[in-house]
Ligand binder design. Structure first.
Ligand SMILES: Nc1ncnc2c1ncn2[C@@H]1O[C@H](COP(=O)(O)OP(=O)(O)OP(=O)(O)O)[C@@H](O)[C@H]1O
Length: 573
């Protein structure tokens, strides 16, 4: 056997989850066009190994070589359409019908619709799938697994990796599937790695690997194993090897067996055999990989784009409650929030001390009489402007209570009878007139500061866009850390509400204890909200320090959240 005929090659692979070592110096060789049955008890590391082979996880040391490349590296095309992978956990969209699911993956694999259609019909018969218009969510667990199996077979991949595909299947169907797999391997040279708990069903495999506690105990054809061990069943072979491993005599036992076998099929001695038998050293494998020219994948792929649009549309319109929740719940939340905290103040008692109108309500006052044009001096003379001012603020917000002197008004403020006092001096109109006439002496900057709502649209758009990006980064972080919807919901609402409460919208940050104020200022909402206010109310531009700090903080948060997510993603592999 040479490298041309080797499909998957694993050498001295080690992989741990925390302190638990799952792959322990694991080695295996899978030639092209064979069915390789990977057998082992629950928890021995089969799924972990398969995940490393398809590039979903990374080994810590050792080497994995699949279809001529290292899985998960640029240019290796693994994962990719050359590999059909049926994972143990069904990962299908519940809102899809069986037909939708196969069309979705077919398009992802860049298949033409007519080819998908004919494969769908073929696989429906082979795997005894339920009617094509049945929703995945309405299928039983076993039926969903068969749909997942159909997806793995859909585009006729060169390498099929099946994690317990036959579990819970009717024996007749199981037999049919095995016959199909044998046909695929022998007629079309497809390589198949299959894990199963039914040891005896792997008699049809060309080669089996017996795995225990992260190590391969033996790797050979079932008939040869039975012959070498002189047993009736593969179960017995596995039992003997497992007992030797438990007694710590496995390596000695394997060496004895290999001494009687020129091929050296038992892994204690298999390193030399494996490497030599595929006719290439690991260094050569690496250099061979390096020689391959890396072709970057296309940024826009119309097949995938179509598949994703179709998937999102179906997911949305078939999950009405989810759609309502996603669209209307945030609107409802925002309306409730703004109604509760953003409304105008109403009916507050204000003490009015209006010296200009003899401390009494402005009953007989007329707006026209407050400004009289003096033609000889070409200017306006003002009177009773206090009344005009009070009329302007005499809304439902303030309830006016008149006082004859400011001291009694202040006294009542202290007693809590009124909330505040407005003191209009006797010469209020004259003083205001002077101020207006001197307005020409004001600087441009002072004038600009008095303007409202002059904020630049671009700056506001940038701030809001960055805020959205921050939210997306946080959503990404949640998706990386949470394994289910419940924990994702708890994490998102658990963080969102405290941030809303402490960002200054509800409780002014100026009144917070110092430590809390600093925490609040570091949160992604607080400073950007102040920046938006500064832009809207004062017309400040991007270059103003108190706008720039909001932009800077949002970028910083995006970078922090993105980096943590990327780190966690890398760690999980
Ligand atoms: N992400 C993970 N974090 C921590 N431990 C893990 C993780 N994934 C798997 N394990 C542990 O690693 C060991 C091997 O798991 P794996 O799923 O590879 O076993 P398996 O042989 O496929 O089992 P089964 O046949 O039951 O599917 C188990 O003890 C499992 O609990």
């Amino acid at each position: 056997m040479d490298k041309e005929n080797t499909c998957v090659y694993v050498k001295h692979a080690c992989k741990s989850y925390g302190a638990k070592q799952v792959l322990n110096n694991f080695s295996m060789t899978v030639p092209k066009g064979v069915i390789y049955g990977l057998l082992g008890a629950s928890g021995c590391g089969k799924t972990t190994l398969l995940s490393c082979i398809v590039g979903r996880k990374k080994i810590e040391s050792g080497e994995v070589w699949v279809l001529g490349g290292t899985p998960g590296t640029p240019g290796s095309k693994v994962p990719g359409p050359k590999i059909g992978y049926m994972p143990q956990d069904v990962a299908l969209v519940a809102e899809f019908t069986i037909r939708d699911a196969l069309f979705y993956f077919g398009r992802v694999f860049r298949m033409q619709d007519k080819d998908i259609e004919s494969r769908l019909n073929e696989l429906t018969v082979l795997l005894d799938l339920p009617p094509q218009n049945r929703y995945v969510g309405d299928c039983s667990g076993g039926q969903q697994r068969r749909v997942s199996f159909a997806v793995a077979l859909l585009n006729n991949p060169q390498l099929l990796i099946l994690d317990e595909p036959t579990v819970g299947l009717d024996p007749v169907l199981r037999d049919r599937i095995w016959n199909y797999l044998v046909e695929l391997a022998e007629d079309r040279q497809v390589t198949i790695i299959i894990t199963t708990h039914y040891i005896e069903e792997t008699r049809q495999a060309h080669k089996i690997g017996l795995m225990r506690e992260g190590r391969l105990l033996a790797e050979e054809s079932p008939s040869k194993l039975l012959r070498d061990f002189g047993t009736e069943t593969l179960e017995e072979v596995f039992l003997i090897l497992s007992q030797k491993q438990s007694e710590g005599k496995l390596e000695q036992f394997q060496n004895n067996l290999n001494n009687h076998d020129i091929n050296g099929i038992y892994p204690a001695d298999s390193e030399a055999n494996s490497i030599n038998s595929i006719g290439v050293s690991s260094t050569n494998l690496v250099s061979q990989k390096r020689k391959k020219k890396y072709v970057a994948p296309k940024l826009f792929n119309t097949f995938r784009l179509k598949a994703l649009f179709d998937k999102n549309w179906k997911q949305f319109h078939r999950n009405v409650s989810g759609l309502m929740f996603m669209i209307f719940f945030p609107c409802l939340q925002m309306c409730a929030f703004l109604t509760a905290v953003g409304g105008d103040i109403k009916n507050i008692n204000i003490a009015i001390v209006n010296e200009e109108n003899n401390f009494s309500p402005c009953k007989d006052y007329l707006v026209n009489e407050t400004a009289i044009y003096n033609a000889s001096e070409d200017l306006c003379e003002y009177q009773r402007l206090g009344c005009r001012f009070l009329e302007a603020v005499n809304t439902s917000m303030m309830h006016h209570i008149y006082y004859n002197d400011i001291d009694s008004a202040i006294h009542d403020i202290k007693r809590g009878k009124v909330t505040g006092a407005l003191h209009i001096h006797k010469n209020f109109s004259y003083a205001l007139e002077q101020k207006v006439q001197n307005a020409g002496n004001m600087t441009d900057e002072e004038l600009e500061d008095t303007q409202i709502m002059k904020g630049g649209l671009v700056v506001i758009t940038v701030l809001i866009f960055l805020q959205g990006l921050c939210g997306i980064s946080y959503g990404f972080l949640i998706s990386v850390f949470c394994s289910d919807h419940n924990s994702a919901n708890i994490l998102s609402t658990g963080v969102f509400y405290p941030m809303i409460l402490t960002c200054g919208l509800v409780w002014p940050i100026e009144s917070m204890p110092t430590v809390l104020r600093w925490i609040s200022l570091c949160l992604p909402f607080t400073v950007p909200i102040l920046s938006v206010r500064n832009v809207l109310k004062k017309g400040w531009g991007m270059t103003h320090l108190h706008v720039l700090n909001g932009v800077g903080l949002e970028i910083l948060w995006c970078v922090i959240l993105g980096t943590i997510s990327a780190y966690q993603l890398k760690k999980r592999r």
